[in-house]
Design a binder for this molecule. Sequence first.
Ligand SMILES: C[S@@+](CC[C@H](N)C(=O)[O-])C[C@H]1O[C@@H](n2cnc3c(N)ncnc32)[C@H](O)[C@@H]1O
Length: 234
Amino acid sequence: MALPSLRVRAHGAVEIMDSPFCDPAMLTRTYQDFRVVNALVSGWWGIYRRSIRPDLSTTTEMTLLDVGSGGGDVSRALARWAMRDGLRLAVTGIDPDARAHVFATSQPKIAGLSFRRALSSDLVAEGARFDFVVSNHVLHHLSVAELKGLLVDSEDLVRRRVLHADLERSNHAYLGFAAATTPFFRHSYIRPDGLTSIRRSYTATELRAVVPAGWTVSRGLPSRLVLGWTPPDA
Ligand SMILES: C[S@@+](CC[C@H](N)C(=O)[O-])C[C@H]1O[C@@H](n2cnc3c(N)ncnc32)[C@H](O)[C@@H]1O
């Protein structure tokens, strides 16, 4: 397989699942497969343990907003982990895409978990606030202007901590994902869209250069970035 140049962000590259005309059955399997891919590579168990769980309580309910929740598996995992730990966490997943909303709401119900078809800016307009604002694999989807808009929305929406997790672009990430997925995911868009996502994603240096002061970028494995912000008065 030819390795495309990953020197600069391929911000014009389009993921198949973003097309309104993509195959509905392939798209449903893509949402299903995200559960496996996110569990293997997205690192949310570690983020939950280090940066969310320590603030949760058995008595006082905390709230968490998952922006761009897609098929909803990260929202579901966070709600399930908190419940298993006996901690009170209400999770809201939002996504403007009707197809994602239909898939997310068709899955088995979990206490304290809900999904809405909405943009982060809609919640800002409502004056909503959450203890945590998180996202997974959303940053690379956005133009730089949209990214800055999401960060302004996140600052408006959060009380305690923002955590936006994404891929980090590198030859290593591209070749590793290509090799690991070669025999799998033939009936979904996971492999082609995953490779496009890596081409669209930021390096840590690039992300640090575009985010406002006060935001931090930390690197993790495998090829992960977490963009974080804590309100000064938190
Ligand atoms: C690649 S998907 C990630 C889905 C899911 N978080 C996951 O990890 O499987 C990115 C999603 O972000 C949504 N999105 C983009 N901008 C958004 C915004 N400002 N507010 C809410 N959702 C947004 C898109 O509709 C898309 O479904």
